[in-house]
Structure formats: C-alpha cells, structure tokens
Design a protein around this ligand. Structure first.
Ligand SMILES: Cc1cc2nc3c(=O)[nH]c(=O)nc-3n(C[C@H](O)[C@H](O)[C@H](O)COP(=O)(O)OP(=O)(O)OC[C@H]3O[C@@H](n4cnc5c(N)ncnc54)[C@H](O)[C@@H]3O)c2cc1C
Ligand SMILES: NC(=O)c1ccc[n+]([C@@H]2O[C@H](COP(=O)([O-])OP(=O)(O)OC[C@H]3O[C@@H](n4cnc5c(N)ncnc54)[C@H](O)[C@@H]3O)[C@@H](O)[C@H]2O)c1
Length: 448
C-alpha cells in the first residue's frame, strides 16, 4: 500500500464538500480541502443565503405598504440598497468564518486555492504544492451558464447581483427558472422596472401548472413584464452608459442592467479529469453511481458538479452519504424520491411529489383537492393576492402523491407537509388532523 499525504482530498468547499470533509474527519480520516474562491461555496457566498436575505429585505416594501391598513402611519420611508447590500455581505463573511472554523476544528486542513488532479491519486495546488490522497472528492459545483451573442459580455449573472453599486432603474432578466423569478421579485419590490425575457413560453418547468399560472398572474399584477418566446440579438452600450438590448420576438429595450439566469453548468474544466479516466455526461456533468463514485474507483463526486438535483440539501446529503460509506464502513445512498423544493419569489411557491399532470400520466386515476383563498392578512391589507394549495392523491387508495402551494410562507409550511407526503400518508390522515385556526396552513387539513 503506498503512503498518501491524506486519506481524503476534497476539491471545493461548498455545501457538499464541507459536509463530506467534516464528517470524514470525524470518522477518523486525515482530510484536506481546497477552495479557490470562498469557503461556504455558492449557497453561502452567492446563492441561497444572501438571496434569502435580499428576499426578506424586499418584502418590507409590501409590509410597509400594507401597514397603513393596519393603522400604522409611516412617514418618510425610504430604502437604502447599499445599507442592505453591506449588511448581507457582512453576514456572508461571518458565515464564511464559521464554516472555516468548523472545518479546522474537525482537523481538516484548508487550502485557500485552486486544486487540480495531475496524476494517479495526485493533486496539484495553484501554489505549485503537490499532494497525494487515497481518495479524491470532486465537489466543485456549477457556475452560471452564459448566453453568447454580440455584447453578451455586458450582462451580469447572479454572482454579481449581490455586489451592485446601485439598483438598476430598469432590468432585463433572461430565463424563466428559479433565479429569474426570485430576482424579478427582489428587484421589483425595490422599485426597479423588471422585464423577464424567456426563450420559451414556460416558467418554472417542473412545478405544478396551476402554481406557475398563479405566479405569472400575480407577477404581472405587481408590474413585472414578461416576454415569452423571445431571444437576444445584441446588447450595446448607449452614450449615457445604459444598455440598448436588441431582441427577437419583442421590441428593443433600453435598460440599466441585463442579468442572465439561464441555468448552471458543472465546473469540470481544467480539473485533469479526462487524463485519469473520469467520465462526463452530455451536459458536462461528472457521471457517478449511486454511491457517488466515478468510473475511477478512488474518485468520487457530489453536488451540482454531478447535475443530479441542484439543491443545497441534496449536495449535503450526498456529501454525508459519501463520507459514511467510505470512511465509516456504512454504505449509504441518497433517496431522491419526494424532494421538496421552493421558489422564493413574491409570493413564494413550493412543491413536493408529482404535479397534477405527472400524476395523471403516471397513475391514470387521481383526485385533486384544492383551496384557492385570500389570506386574512391580504384581505385586511386590501391586497388582491390569492394563495392556492393543491393536493394530488392516488384515487385507488387516497395516498397523497403531491402537494403544491403558492402564497405567503408556502416554503415554511411545505417543509412540514413534505414529511407527510414522504411518509406515504393519505388524504384521510390530513382530514383526521384538527386545524390550527386561524392560519393559512389549516387549508391543508380542510381541502375539498
Ligand atoms: C442565486 C442562487 C440561489 C440559490 N438558492 C438556493 C436555495 O434557495 N435553496 C437551495 O437548496 N439551493 C439554492 N441554490 C443552489 C445551491 O447553491 C447549490 O445547489 C449548492 O451550492 C451546490 O453545492 P455544491 O457543494 O455542489 O457546490 P458549491 O456550493 O457551488 O461549491 C463548489 C465550490 O467549489 C469551488 N471550486 C470549484 N472548482 C474548484 C477548484 N478546481 N479548486 C478549488 N475549489 C474549486 C467553488 O469556488 C465553490 O466554492 C442557489 C444557487 C444560486 C446560484
Ligand atoms: N430556491 C431554490 O431552491 C433555488 C434558487 C435558485 C437556484 N436554484 C438552483 O440553481 C439552479 C440554477 O438556477 P437557474 O434559475 O439559473 O436555472 P433553471 O434551470 O431554474 O432555469 C433556467 C432558465 O433558463 C432558460 N434557458 C436555459 N438555457 C437557455 C438559453 N440557452 N437561452 C435562453 N434561455 C435559456 C430555461 O428555459 C429556464 O427558464 C436551479 O436549477 C436550481 O436547482 C435553486
């Protein structure tokens, strides 16, 4: 047996890499991790966490507006983007410190630099240092996909959105998925004129059709513009520094900012994967088996770089399962069935299990229960915005196969409802549960 410098070398200290490294070290392994940007990865540094803080900040716009109906007179209110931006960035730095501390307190050595595989069991760091490891874990995540057309380099991505010097008066967001809808809500609440430009006529593919329609309706009502079946021809800079955007499918637009939110591509380039025999799939993702092992028996990969489900809790589970399997002799796989998810749009939406059309195709005979209601707070505020909850059951046995919700706090409510769906409960189990009144969540046990 050759002697290696480390039992495990992890490339990438994001959601998957941090969990895997920490747990492997707790199981007694000698572990090092390399991070080329900042410890914490996408989710902590420029994803879920700062995004959610901006969503909170943005929502005050509506709360302050609604407050008047509840008797509050708020004079001279104004919004300071730089103050919010710096508060968020400050908290991100605090979290980065905590993640680094957790790694170090578990005895994981952290290299703040890029790493590449340069030979069998061999990793070379940007500084030139060469180390060896018995196992290598690739947890390099993904990066924003960029569109390619004349002037496309003038656009930003979510990476830059957290650092803007000023809010754009007018912004075009390309794409119709998670990031496009979340940032459309954020910018719109802050007062920017938002236009979503989407190449297809579908938003948020994979979510239940009724929720997608409802989000579109409400977003239009809030003043967000949508241009479907529209593509980019060019972006040029006007004399005053604003951007002229030529579009195919709708009129040209002059805006202050264009942001691409058109998916994410796995970070596999320049890692030396081909040379050691790691196999890639059609989208450039690392191909792995159910234990996250690549074609090379000592190289594993977890998280977005494998393009299974691009969500932080999934990357974390994959990292945990890898560490338990390899370093605790406790083979574990991740169960991808019934993963709940949410879009932190305004209002947010959330889903678990099959959508109505998926269930109809798969099961044939289904029952759909739904509640289309105006939350009490919206009624008092005079806000004409309705929530929609849907439950899809297998008509044969009443088992719930999907729950879908749009409305205030939908993701918070969904986390608990997802336990019931995962556990295979039936509509009758929900009916047997006494409501908590008055709540929005009680709609779930009162569905007709
Ligand atoms: C704007 C945005 C919002 C999001 N919101 C949510 C949300 O609300 N909920 C949710 O569940 N998910 C959300 N996600 C997705 C989530 O962030 C990812 O699924 C998750 O971070 C994936 O974790 P990972 O460990 O695979 O990769 P990452 O967290 O991306 O970590 C990979 C790390 O590897 C580093 N790296 C890459 N190559 C190298 C190299 N050669 N050497 C050294 N280091 C390297 C990178 O710098 C990075 O830090 C969001 C993503 C974005 C972009
Ligand atoms: N709340 C959350 O959990 C959350 C939030 C943000 C991001 N994420 C994760 O990050 C991933 C990336 O987010 P996203 O919004 O960039 O991706 P997405 O897959 O949700 O949406 C991508 C959008 O871009 C469009 N698109 C793709 N290629 C295009 C092209 N060449 N030209 C024009 N349009 C194109 C698609 O039609 C789609 O509407 C998500 O899939 C998700 O897994 C999760």
């Amino acid at each position: 047996m050759p002697a290696y410098d480390y039992d495990l070398f992890t490339i990438g200290a994001g959601s998957g890499g941090v969990r895997a490294s920490r747990v492997a070290a707790a199981h007694g392994a000698k572990v090092a991790v390399a991070e080329e940007h900042r410890v914490g990865g996408t989710c902590v540094i420029r994803g879920c966490v700062p995004k959610k803080m901006l969503v909170y900040g943005a929502h005050f716009a509506e709360d302050l507006e609604d407050a008047e109906q509840f008797g509050w007179k708020i004079e001279g209110k104004s919004f300071d983007w730089v103050r919010l931006r710096d508060t968020v960035l400050g908290d991100v730095t605090r979290l980065e410190g905590l993640y680094t501390e957790t790694l170090e307190s578990h005895g994981v050595e952290v290299f703040p630099e890029r790493a590449e595989i340069t030979g069998d069991h061999e990793i070379t760091l940007a500084s030139g240092k060469v180390v060896t490891a018995k196992y290598i874990l690739i947890a390099t995540g993904a990066r924003p996909a960029l569109l390619d057309f004349p002037g496309s380099e003038l656009a930003i991505t979510s990476n830059e959105a957290f650092h803007l010097d000023a809010l754009p008066k007018r912004v075009i967001i390309a794409g119709g998925g998670y990031i496009a809808n979340e940032f459309a809500g954020i910018f719109n609440e802050f007062g920017s004129k938002v236009s979503i430009v989407n190449r297809s006529d579908q938003l948020l593919r994979g979510y239940d059709e009724s929720l997608r329609d409802r989000l579109l309706q409400i977003s239009l009502m809030k003043g967000i513009e949508f241009h479907f079946n529209t593509t980019f021809k060019s972006i040029t800079k006007n004399d005053d520094g604003t951007l002229h955007v030529e579009l195919e499918g709708c009129d040209d637009k002059d805006v202050d900012l264009v942001m691409f939110a058109t998916g994410r591509v796995p970070n596999v380039e320049g890692l030396g994967l081909e040379a050691v025999g790691v196999e890639l799939g059609d989208k450039g993702e690392i191909k792995v088996d159910e234990y996250s092992r690549t074609k090379v028996d000592y190289i594993y990969a977890v998280g977005d770089v494998t393009n299974r489900v691009q969500l932080t809790p999934v990357a974390i589970r994959e990292g945990q399962a890898f560490a338990d399997t390899v370093f605790n002799n406790d083979p574990k796989t991740v169960d991808y069935n019934c993963i709940p998810s949410a879009v932190f749009s305004h209002p947010p939406l959330a889903g678990v299990g099959m959508t109505e059309s998926q269930a109809r195709n798969k099961l044939g005979s289904i029952k759909v229960y739904q509640s289309d209601f105006r939350p009490m707070k919206n009624v008092v505020a005079g806000r004409n915005e309705r929530g929609l909850y849907k439950m899809i059951t297998d008509a044969e046995n009443g088992r719930i196969v999907g729950i879908h919700m749009i409305g205030p706090e939908a993701p918070e409510i969904m986390q608990a409802a997802a336990v019931a769906v995962k556990a295979g409960l039936t509509k009758a189990d929900f009916d047997a549960t006494v409501a908590i009144h008055p709540t929005m969540a009680e709609e779930l046990v009162l569905l007709k």
